[in-house]
Design a protein around this ligand. Sequence first.
Ligand code: PAN
Ligand code: ZN
Length: 169
Amino acid sequence: MTMVPNIKEPYGKKTCRRLSDLKEYFADRKAVEDILSRDDPVIYEVYEHPVPPEGEHLIFATTVLLPGKVGDEFHFTKGHFHFEPDAAEVIIGVEGAGIVLLQNRAGELRQEQLEASAAVYSPPGWAHRVVNTSNRNLVFLSVCRADVGHDYETIIAKGFARRVVDKGD
Ligand code: PAN
Ligand code: ZN
């Protein structure tokens, strides 16, 4: 039995994030511009199941984070805090391997390994970003309250305290 229902159908919404959507997130702006002058590669896709955006429902989303780097920095999701009530989230690895960066609003950072069948808990008040450190797709399921609301602005303004780069090991 597969742990995640078919991620292609049915889903309520598919979001495709390309490098042009993430250009202010990567550290190496020259590498971003070099790649964008040739192509606008997909970094990740999110398949959300259709649920009403209300607190008694759960968001049920599968993310496919493609392998690759921008400069020496591994592909990652934008990362975000949740708004009201800063609700928690569970992230479950389905395929591939990588890292979840967790950071609270005081700037405290934690790092967890993500791999198939691993579950990572993002507590209330902690932002989460997933990084693909492997050479294949990193697929994971995210579950949280459907009314959380996503705060990307704080991450754009302050970033995460850690970047995950390839130093050859
Ligand atoms: C996930 C994320 C998904 C994409 O479903 O939304 O992995 O990451 P970004 O939203 O940071 O671009 C989740 O955390 N939902 O709350
Ligand atoms: Zn979230």
